[in-house]
Design a binder for this molecule. Structure first.
Ligand SMILES: Nc1ncnc2c1ncn2[C@@H]1O[C@H](COP(=O)(O)OP(=O)(O)OP(=O)(O)O)[C@@H](O)[C@H]1O
Ligand SMILES: [Mg+2]
Length: 386
């Protein structure tokens, strides 16, 4: 294989959103250009790479044409056209993560079956073809309340997930093929991001703890380190490593875990890429998840995953009640917070709860970092005057 530092080496990325943008910024340190494919040059990554191809990463021809010109292909989103990737792989292209792993991960039903087959702990589940099949299973007693219903293919950021507690909430049932899972009695939601290269080297980052915005059902704060015992920390990291090895995956894998009230860990779902739950690594770990992803897909030695400092990451979401060109109200006050690192994605339009950026606060004390992160969330308001 050509060296990634050859001037004509081409690393192609499907997707040009904020994850692609942060990957391109990390690649910049090595003077490595990233080639990206997404619908519009106005997307976040369009600002930081001149090699932006406008196209649809869900379209066979667009992915095939783009991928044919690359030496290595990777992703920043899993919902890409994998038929084209399989074709490119057959023709000898290097693709990380492998299209076969993407096929499983893109489908929450296939993911659950995979965990069952590989003896990876996950909440008990059943698969259904339609809403009516779920209704019938309820009537025959095959499913009991409460349960969680998930669309097999449509969901992200909590959309495509419905918690059905009783008959009154049946109106929230989702249409189409789905997974029905037992409602886990959650103590904490944790995530471990883990990296693996083609040589089989694996490294896990310290476990993080996620705190959700109950209204938007997406992660609001993320704490690193998680408030768990050293034994659980070890178990969580070992489980994440078991999962990435089971998928035989190269690149980053974010493993979302539930710690239940009995103290047991279960895998909720994974994302085969850099992830929101790893954003703090840019400012608080020896190696950022974006550089680690590059190392992994280029089969370079993985960097240290050690933490330099405790940190809190807060997602900066569009304020409720505003939709239109974004205005960052309270920016100066927010930037005055000690240890705060601001990351704005450059999305031109804001809307309620849209992820517009994130901030990471580093501090020797996690408790102090939590206070400052809340302060940041309350001072920086992303609004619009339209
Ligand atoms: N079996 C379950 N028991 C209890 N809560 C659950 C269960 N499954 C999901 N949840 C809750 O719903 C949230 C979203 O579920 P999940 O991660 O599967 O969906 P998602 O749309 O892919 O989310 P995201 O893109 O934000 O990661 C979880 O983080 C958790 O809070
Ligand atoms: Mg999730």
């Amino acid at each position: 294989m050509k060296s990634p530092l050859d001037p004509d080496f081409k690393l192609g990325v499907l997707g040009g959103g904020q994850l692609g943008k942060m990957m391109a910024l990390a690649a910049g340190n090595w003077h490595l250009p990233l080639y990206m494919l997404d619908a519009s040059r106005d997307f976040p990554a369009g600002r930081v790479t001149p090699f932006f191809t406008e196209g649809n990463f869900q379209d066979f021809d667009d992915v095939y044409r783009f991928g044919s010109q690359m030496d290595v292909i990777t992703i920043e989103i899993e919902h890409v056209n994998t038929e084209a990737l399989h074709q490119l792989e057959r023709e000898g292209k290097t693709i990380h993560p492998a299209p076969a792993a993407l096929d499983i991960i893109k489908d929450k039903g296939a993911q659950k079956l995979f965990y069952q087959e590989k003896n990876i702990p996950t909440a008990p589940f059943q698969l259904f073809e339609s809403e009516t099949a779920v209704q019938a299973a309820l009537q025959s007693g095959k499913i009991q309340y409460p349960f969680v219903q998930k669309s097999r293919t449509a969901g992200y950021d909590g959309r495509g997930v419905s918690v059905i507690r009783d008959e009154q909430s049946l109106g929230k049932l989702l249409a189409g093929p789905c997974v029905v899972e037992e409602l886990v009695d959650i103590d904490k939601e944790l995530a471990v991001i883990v990296a693996r290269n083609a040589g089989g080297q694996v490294k896990a980052y310290p476990t993080v703890e996620m705190a959700f915005n109950p209204q938007a059902n997406l992660v609001e704060f993320l704490f690193c380190p998680a408030a768990i015992s050293p034994e659980l920390e070890q178990q969580a990291e070992a489980l994440a490593i078991k999962v990435i090895e089971a998928y035989d995956l190269c690149g980053m894998l974010a493993v979302e875990l539930f710690l239940d009230k009995k103290g047991e860990l279960q895998v909720n779902e994974v994302a085969p890429r850099t992830h929101n739950s790893g954003h703090h690594t840019i400012d608080s770990c020896y190696t950022s998840q974006f550089e680690q992803h590059l190392r992994a897909v280029l089969n370079l030695p993985l960097g240290s995953t050690k933490m330099k400092s405790p940190s809190v990451m807060v997602n900066l979401l569009g304020a409720e009640g505003y939709e239109g060109p974004a205005i960052y109200d309270g920016l100066a006050e927010c930037l005055a917070i000690e240890g705060l690192h601001l990351h704005l994605y450059g999305k031109s339009l804001t809307k309620p709860f849209r992820k517009m950026g994130h901030a990471t606060v580093v501090d020797e004390s996690l408790e102090r970092a939590k206070i400052k992160a809340r302060q940041a969330m309350n001072t920086l308001r992303i609004i619009s005057d339209k």
